[in-house]
Design a binder for this molecule. Sequence first.
Ligand SMILES: Nc1nc2c(ncn2[C@@H]2O[C@H](COP(=O)(O)OP(=O)(O)OP(=O)(O)O)[C@@H](O)[C@H]2O)c(=O)[nH]1
Length: 321
Amino acid sequence: MKDPNIELGDIHWLMDILQNIDVGLVVLDRDYRIQLWNGFMESHSGVSPQHAKEQIIFDLFDEIPRDWFMQKAEPVFQLKTRTFTIWEQRPYLFKFKNYRPITGRAATMYQNTSMIPLESINRAVDHICLIIYDVTDIAINRADAISANQSLRELHQYDHLTELFNRPHWEPKFAEEHQRSERTGQAASLVLIDVDNFRHINTEYGHQAGDEVLRTLAAALRQTLRQTDSACRFTGESFAVMLIGTDEQQAVHFAERIRKDIEHMIITVPGHEISVTVSIGIAASQPAFESAAAWQQAALRALNHAKDAGRNRTTLFQHQE
Ligand SMILES: Nc1nc2c(ncn2[C@@H]2O[C@H](COP(=O)(O)OP(=O)(O)OP(=O)(O)O)[C@@H](O)[C@H]2O)c(=O)[nH]1
């Protein structure tokens, strides 16, 4: 039916717009043969409208999964409904190269795709129109925001000097472990490792050397840990390690190994070679610890015993102490 508002000259304009618009337009017939292919599609695919015309879309673009596409398109033909696919569901329909200078990091253009029914004069839907939007900028910005958030989160979790978890991040994990071991009765041990006479290291070699000692010890500790263990910088010169599924004897074995490793370590700082020792206090989980704080207190008492007994040793918290 002729639309009285559209003059012949207008159609010429409309064709110009359709060819030059920065959006992909494709018309498909009932057999999925291409009937219209605009300038956007030509310039991104390298396929001319003459070549595209009458070709089945899946034959020309094998990256389009036929079953998935038909599942989307059939309701558009039959129910005259629109469908919309966003890049989060499927990054692209047509595998076009991304050419944008700012988001050049993406190899492929991200696309949102609409499918709309096109009614003929008898109101049957014999054709559908695909509208392809280039959303690469949005997708890349979103990916950047996610990774920036991730870095920020990680920044808040770690102690910047030792790269171990910081205490505020570790404490809730420890409290959770306390509840879990209370509930399940599964063994877990808390190990506190404190550098001996660290004040002396700072005064003798300088604060920067002290920092280097802490960094080196933390790195050694990280190497000893299993995936499930979690360590933090507990105070300035002490570390806490939560050993999951580890009873007191196994924890002593772990602690003695790290203590002896540290004892034999030579830490090189400008102008000096430094040796340090550590004292270690261990408390294995037990029902008597009514709170995570009580468990920590027990490990601290054991650590103080190790210090009082002459340092460079491991002490296990005994409940009858
Ligand atoms: N270099 C450096 N020193 C720190 C840091 N945090 C805490 N310290 C120092 O660690 C020292 C801890 O001293 P003390 O608590 O007396 O313990 P200690 O000298 O190790 O003695 P014992 O634990 O009893 O063997 C203090 O001098 C703090 O200034 C840090 O991040 N870097």
